[in-house]
Design a protein around this ligand. Structure first.
Ligand code: ANZ
Ligand code: ZN
Length: 822
């Protein structure tokens, strides 16, 4: 073997990068007459914070395998790429290092694009865009104005999460344990006038439409269900005895109404201040508010924590029995949930219980567990389980949960309250007091209020600045660009001011996958016909860290577009795969930790193919990978073997005819085809790769003793099936073996099942533990297939007919035991 024939990625990979750039073999076809089935392979688009990191290699590398696999299956695959290019890091780099956020962002994007190409990603580059391109954000603005017209976007002053360090409002999802997700500063509450999306109105649909998410993990669906937080209960109205004012509470346990011993309103509730002032305690109340202000929502509602209370001296009248109970303000009641006020039932609610013991308030038991005799004086914790109502008038003896429905019906009849479903999901605050984002296309006019910028004046372009630091008041630096801020009212022409905030970047990522379907459409955000053709996406791939953020926002946005009549479907991606994360020695990789490994470093040393295969071979795709345990050497050696086998046998292979017969190599080849296809399609990349490794061994072992045609079939199958994982070496070898066109247009080999069948073994079928039949099966038969075979057996049927099957125990590949009952 000459030096020229040695596997040298650096001599073949750059060549194919250029060739694919020139010939664009990975372009999706928009031809409506294209007869191929379509497949939209969507990856969560990258954020350009620097060059690619290992997470990109893992996530988008897996996505590339899926896209290539379906291309090889003969599908018309849409595999787009773009950049989620607005956001804080660009701006922070600008403030810290004086970089221009725009050039910083575009430079990083160019670097990442180059690295993606170097990795051999099968993107349709003709569709590429960045969310910070005016051609994209003009439509973000347009869509926002449509949502505003429809009443889905609205402006409101509300207490928002405020990061005093980043000087910005944060979405709830960006607050982790009361701290800013990005800088870890303690988050405080602050009143800000902002734009909101009425996401809460979509809560029930977000729950119901989960039926469509058949290809999502149960894990992410549970996270979303909890986040949406549906609660059933009742709204009940109490009156303030001293003023006659009405105040409504939400409770999930109206059956405990007779156990109310005090009443609590949230510190932020308007009534709190009113009552404090009435009691002549305005000053003390302000001091109290300051004390409350610093605590996060999670801290405030934590169990076992000392609660900050304020006695208003007023009383609330319990509508079910006319009793007057003291009204407190306490921080464990939140303004953002329910009505911001609660009836306190310390015997049956732990937070109320803790507050009652802390303040010496009475505890009255109104639910008695079966056989129990709870005593409010002595109990050490609230009892929140089921039981029978007691000390509750004519409801006494009524058991949970019927009692709840009964009390609600009675409250409605008496007009004291109404049954009510509430959700924890809040409206989405989309205003950010930052520069590097999509400008909000609104002008404020003293005459007309907030006025939409007309369509023909979109986009509102983001101006360039000298200084990117926020103002002292925490306003976006855009406030300082007076000739941009000051404009005329589009409606009346008098002086107006632009909105100085920009959109949360999650607005951009809520619709980017629509734009991919027709990225060059100039008169609309997307071409409806193309969107209907490609979406819902066949497969979405991305991290489950987005479960309560992007993955809810984009579902909501899709429903809002449906309501606008712009699309006919309500879920964007019914199949979602969450890849694991890449860590280093148990910790996150980062420059500051000094444990950063980059894809580029591995590509430089071993080539892109080895980098890709090493990543996907390192473990199950959904599991986290500790890079400290991974070495590319073994994969590099394997690819070198593949290379050698192909080059050494090239002459025989090129000259070979069609294979026939049932030689051992053929049998093993078709087994590999079955297995590798099955595994690749199901994201079992590591096991697919191991099957290709086995096939490589089989070829090496049997090439000498097999027909040329069988060797040709085996090597060609290996090359095609390896292409999704290692696109460069396979393309090169394909051509050396006489392949025409691009490998991606070749066909995934078809397994001949009869050839693939292994030496059979005997499966035993029992009914109630007694052997009734024996059936020959292949060793890798599935449990379902075993059960089907067993049920199809006449001998077994004789013992099952007319009886009830209690259960079926399947132990692949050897045993099926059907348990029946008369
Ligand atoms: C009386 C009661 C008695 C309650 C009882 C529970 C048990 P979920 O299930 O999470 O929806 N609550 C209502 N609004 C609140 C607010 N703004 N801040 C803090 N707590 C609030 O919770 C509903 C229950 O949480 C409500 O039912 C209320 O307490 C409390 F044996 O009312 B309950
Ligand atoms: Zn005006």
């Amino acid at each position: 073997m000459t030096d020229e024939d040695r596997y040298d990625p650096s001599s073949i990979e750059p060549k194919w990068v250029d060739e694919w750039e020139r010939t664009e073999p990975y372009r999706a076809s928009d031809d409506p007459n294209d007869p191929r089935p379509r497949f939209y392979a969507l990856d969560m688009f990258p954020y350009p914070s620097g060059d690619l990191h290992m997470g990109h290699l893992e996530a988008l590398g897996g996505g590339d395998v899926i896209a290539r696999y379906w291309m090889l299956r003969g599908y018309n695959v849409l595999h787009p790429i773009g950049w989620d290019a607005f956001g804080l890091p660009a701006e922070n780099a600008a403030i810290k290092r004086g970089a221009n956020p725009r050039s910083w962002t575009y430079e990083n994007i160019e670097q990442q694009a180059k690295s993606f190409k170097r990795l051999g990603m099968s993107f349709d580059w003709s569709r590429r865009f960045n969310t910070c391109d005016p051609g994209f954000y003009t439509w973000t603005q347009w869509l926002f104005l449509k949502l505003r017209e429809a009443g889905v976007a609205y402006r409101s002053s509300a207490p928002v999460n405020w990061c005093p360090n980043d000087k910005t409002v944060l979405a709830n999802e960006q607050v982790v344990q009361g701290r800013c997700e990005r800088c870890d500063a303690a988050v405080v509450k602050r009143d800000v006038t902002s734009w909101f999306f009425r996401e809460s109105a979509y809560a029930q649909r977000l729950l119901d439409d989960m039926d469509q998410l058949t290809g999502w993990s149960e894990h992410v669906k549970i996270i979303q269900r909890n986040w949406i937080g549906r609660s059933e209960g009742a709204d009940v109205t109490f009156a303030i005895a001293e003023t006659g004012e009405q105040i409504t509470i939400f409770t999930t346990r109206p059956d405990t109404l007779w156990g109310v011993t005090f009443f609590v309103i949230a510190p932020e509730h308007p009534m709190a201040r009113v009552l404090a002032e009435r009691a002549g305690k305005a000053g003390a109340f302000e001091a109290y508010l300051r004390e409350v202000g610093a605590a996060s929502e999670i801290e405030r509602t934590a169990l076992g924590r000392r609660k900050l209370g304020f006695d208003t001296g007023a009383h609330a009248v319990n509508p079910v029995n006319g009793e007057q109970v003291p009204v407190y303000v306490a921080d464990y009641v939140l303004m953002e949930y329910g009505t911001g006020a609660i009836m306190a039932v310390p015997a049956h609610d732990q937070r109320d219980f803790e507050f009652a013991r802390q303040e010496g308030l009475p505890v009255r038991v109104v639910i008695q567990p079966e056989g129990g005799a709870l005593d409010g004086q002595t109990m050490e914790a609230a009892y929140d389980g089921e039981g029978r109502m007691s000390s509750s008038g004519h409801f006494d003896g009524s058991p949970t949960p019927e009692s709840i429905a009964k009390v609600i019906a009675w409250l409605e009849e008496q007009q004291l309250g109404t049954g009510r479903v509430r959700y924890r999901l809040r409206d989405w605050n989309v205003s950010r007091q930052r520069f590097w984002g999509c400008p909000i296309p609104i002008v404020y006019c003293e005459q007309c209020g907030d006025v939409a910028v007309p369509d023909d004046q979109l986009p509102v372009l983001l101006p360039d600045l000298e200084d990117y630091t926020p103002t002292e008041e925490g306003e976006s630096p855009l406030a300082k660009v007076t000739d941009w801020v000051n404009t005329s009212c589009p409606q009346c022409g008098s002086a107006g001011k632009r909105d100085i905030d920009t959109f949360d970047t999650f607005v951009d990522s809520s619709w980017y996958f629509f734009r991919y379907c027709s990225p060059h459409t100039g008169d609309a955000p997307f071409d409806r016909e193309l969107v209907e053709r490609w979406l819902p996406a066949n497969q979405y791939i991305g991290g489950d860290t987005h479960a309560t953020g992007h993955l809810i926002y984009s579902r909501f946005f899709t429903k809002a577009l449906y309501d606008l009549g712009m699309i006919s479907f309500t879920e964007p991606y019914p199949n979602l795969f969450n890849q694991g994360t890449v860590i280093m020695e148990g910790a996150k990789m980062s420059k500051s930790r000094g444990n950063l490994v980059t894809p580029s470093a591995i590509v430089d040393e071993f080539g892109a193919d080895t980098a890709r295969v090493t990543m996907l071979f390192a473990g199950p795709y959904e599991a986290d990978i500790d890079w400290a345990d991974v070495s590319p050497h073994g994969v590099f050696r394997w690819l070198s073997r593949v290379w050698r086998l192909a080059v050494e046998n090239a002459g025989r292979i090129v000259a070979a005819g069609a294979p026939s017969g049932e030689g051992e190599l053929r049998r093993r080849t078709h087994r590999a085809i079955q297995g590798a296809g099955h595994d690749t399609e199901r994201f079992r990349f590591n096991t697919a790769i191991s099957k290709l490794m086995v096939l490589t061994n089989d070829i090496a072992e049997l090439a000498g003793s097999s027909d040329d045609a069988d060797v040709a079939e085996a090597v060609r199958a290996l090359v095609v099936m390896l292409n999704p994982y290692a696109p460069f070496i396979t393309e090169e070898v394909w051509h050396r073996l006489g392949g025409q066109g691009h490998l991606i247009h070749a066909r995934w080999p078809e397994a001949i099942d009869a050839l693939a069948a292994r030496d059979s073994l005997t499966m035993v079928v029992q009914v109630n533990g007694r052997v009734r039949d024996k059936i020959e099966v292949v060793p890798d038969i599935s449990g379902d297939a075993m059960e089907a075979l067993a049920r199809a057996s006449d001998k077994v049927a004789a013992f099952v007919e007319g009886k009830t099957v209690v259960k079926t125990i399947v132990v692949p590949p050897k045993l099926v035991n059907i348990v029946v009952r008369d």
